[in-house]
Design a protein. Sequence first.
Length: 305
Amino acid sequence: MLKEDIIKKIKELKKEKNAVILAHYYVDKDVQDIADYVGDSFFLAKISTQLDCDVIVFCGVRFMGESAKILNPDKTVYMPVDNAECNMAHMVDLAYVAKIKEEYDDLATVCYVNATTKIKSVADVCVTSSNAVSIVKKLPNKNILFIPDKNLAHFIAEQLPEKNFIFNEGFCHVHNSLTKEELLKAKEEHPNALCLAHPECSMELLKECDYIGSTSQIIDYATNSDKDEFLIVTEVGVFHELQKRNPNKSFYAISVKQICGNMKKTTVEGVLGALEGKMNEVVVEKEYEDLARNALMKMLDMMKK
């Protein structure tokens, strides 16, 4: 089937099934272009609770589809591919979490949304990269167990020295693989470029950057800046939105490693298959669903205050 025919069929099925397509900035640009909403994890979590629809097709990785289902138990959620996994979402030893909870008083367990439903269920609150500092700062607890991502945890801890952080050893294989040396080389090649990075990168790299933020924050920063050259240190899918909003500005990657293969598994053909109801309905584990929902809803509620 030709691409234009696929897109036409997608539009017909969305109307027929009262469906909405959500896509993360890291998926392929063709998928972003057919989505109703494109954003970072916080935006997509928030918007999913405001949709008047029966079906959500979530273009991203598994934990994102699970979050959408947890927040919308009465809606049907599909993913266009069944094996788009985030490795970091599994990088928590629940026995370690239980051990820390026994050892520390005045403790809050804070879970990055990049985690499975089961892992979210042991958290007091979820956070995203765009709101983590704000939410942790608002928590009354002195001790913070942050799971799964060590790099985001260290970034938050640097800004909140009044808190005592206990770190987990999870990481994003894409961001964590990027090095200070690669960044310095890119700076030499583009001496007039500002460096904008995601906090899932290592602290060693982040200390060399001009701005640190989530994907949406990076896009907004570049769009509002009077500069016209930028080194972008996050997954390359974000370049599509950057270039759409800023056709006269230049954006450069620092490494060929800035690609998440799991994010790129979603295709327009997969979106069509999901809308046809042939595959990949998201089902979450009932024994963990309510606790995970509490952690996600606490995040959304805290961001309203």
